[in-house]
Design a protein around this ligand. Structure first.
Ligand SMILES: Nc1ncnc2c1ncn2[C@@H]1O[C@H](COP(=O)(O)OP(=O)(O)OP(=O)(O)O)[C@@H](O)[C@H]1O
Length: 434
């Protein structure tokens, strides 16, 4: 543990500048005025800074599309062992080899979920949802409370409660298989951390419990996770948080729970409400950190109830749910256009996320009814002059017949057309190593 400590000190001095507020904000213009499609370029995984020791084969199709990526074992010894057992096929001409974190493409098609109540299965909690998440991007499932966001996320990750029934298909790298152990991470909305350990100790013990492999590898995955989650300044601080000890601030606690999943070096990371209970500054820092993680190649899929304009500008794609129905799936900027096309343009000076939720959250009808008498004198709450139920129906119908929906279908056909490299379980590596 002393070794870990000294390494952490070195690390702290070398990375403290990296986590200073000025350097936390990317220099590029990332707000939502970004050009549509600007993040659609194929992902090359070539310029990832922090995951240099993650061994990845990234294979580029003849068409130049590098959506599917596969892992190779994480140590030279394993590499040799595996190359003996499973000789890798020769790479096609023009293929790119890089040693970076590899995301995986995730597709969900016609996903419907019902949940069993006391006697029978309930109405559908998620209704025929279709969408996808690509490596190197952040895809957000957004909607009002109880719209089915968490249920959809769990269904895609294969983590539904046994009382739930799922219909439809989920593909990972084009294959209809469950994601193997260690290939993905799932961060619950509320996680339990061990308050009597420091952040570094907690992550180290998590790595010991979860990962096969040698000690030195585990140290490096812990340090990588600390850097990836911008936790260098907190690495040697106690997590705390019980009645006798003041704990880390909630933003840092949330980042520790994400870092715990990162020690597995997942290809896909699912997070239920990463901004849960965070103030606006912590929320922005969290999202910038996640954006950096995505830019290394990881596929990020998470739920969010609401976001500020700056945070909204960081998302790549949005799946908008209302009462289990998908009202839109596509790029964030296209979502604004979709609302405009359906007759609900976003007013100037209003956050897009507020506008979307205002239009589709039926609870607003009650507020407007409550305030009917004095609303005229106190301004208008409503940017959507229509009954919310009608707005939802209009948005749904507009989406179903839109070019966006057709583009999603086409993309899904492409992503499921042929199988990409299979993700490997971390357990199997342990067996091979032993
Ligand atoms: N295990 C369960 N048992 C019974 N009902 C459930 C279960 N899980 C979800 N539901 C119901 O499914 C609906 C959608 O819940 P879900 O948690 O997916 O929504 P959400 O959009 O994530 O909401 P919130 O943001 O408020 O958590 C809710 O009406 C909820 O009561």
């Amino acid at each position: 543990m002393e070794e870990i400590q000294s390494q952490s000190d070195n690390n702290r001095s070398s990375s403290s500048s990296a986590s200073s507020p000025a350097s936390r904000v990317p220099s590029s213009n990332f707000f939502y005025l970004r050009k549509p499609g600007s993040l659609r370029q194929p992902i090359s995984f070539e310029d990832s800074p922090d995951w240099g020791d993650t061994d990845i084969d990234v294979r580029v199709d003849d068409g130049g599309d590098s959506i599917n990526a596969a892992t190779t074992p994480a140590s030279p010894s394993l590499s040799k062992l595996n190359s003996r057992s499973f000789p890798s096929p020769p790479l096609p001409e023009g293929a790119v080899m890089a040693r970076k974190i590899a995301g995986a493409s995730v597709v969900w098609k016609d996903l419907t979920v019902t949940i069993k109540g006391k006697r029978k299965y309930s109405d559908k909690v998620v209704k025929s949802s279709t969408g996808y998440a690509l490596p190197g991007t952040m895809t957000v499932i957004m909607g009002p409370p109880k719209s089915g966001k968490s249920t959809l996320l769990k269904a895609i990750a294969g983590r539904l409660h046994h009382s739930a029934k799922m219909y439809g298909e989920v593909y990972v790298n084009g294959a209809k298989l469950d994601m193997p152990y260690g290939s993905y991470g799932f961060v619950e909305r509320e996680t339990t951390l061990i308050g009597s350990l420091t952040v570094r100790e907690f992550l180290f013990y998590s790595a010991l419990l979860q990962l096969p492999g040698f000690f030195c590898q585990k140290k490096s995955v812990v340090e990588d996770a600390i850097i990836a989650m911008s936790l260098s300044d907190y690495a040697n601080k106690l997590i705390g948080g019980h009645c006798y000890m003041k704990g880390l601030p909630s933003g840092e606690r949330r980042r520790v729970s994400i870092a715990r999943e990162l020690v597995m070096r997942p290809h896909v990371l699912f997070i239920d409400e990463p901004l849960y209970h965070l103030d606006s500054v912590s929320a922005l820092l969290m999202m910038v950190t996640l954006k950096k993680l995505a830019s290394m190649g990881c596929t990020l899929l998470f739920t969010i109830c609401q976001s500020s304009t700056e945070v909204f500008g960081l998302f790549d794609r949005i799946c908008l749910l209302s009462n289990g129905n998908t009202l839109f799936f596509g790029e964030t900027l296209a979502c604004l256009q979709h609302f405009s096309n359906a007759g609900f343009p976003c007013p100037i000076m209003q956050s897009p996320s507020d506008h979307f939720l205002r239009a589709i959250n039926t609870d607003f009808d009650r507020i407007i009814a409550m305030c009917k008498n004095w609303q005229d004198d106190n301004g208008d709450f409503s940017s959507v002059n229509m009954d919310t139920a009608v707005a939802i129906r209009t948005l749904e119908a507009t989406y179903k017949s839109s070019a966006d929906a057709a583009a999603v279908e086409t993309m899904i056909l492409r992503l499921t057309d042929k199988e990409g490299p299979r993700l490997k379980t971390k357990e199997r590596q342990a067996v091979l190593q032993g």
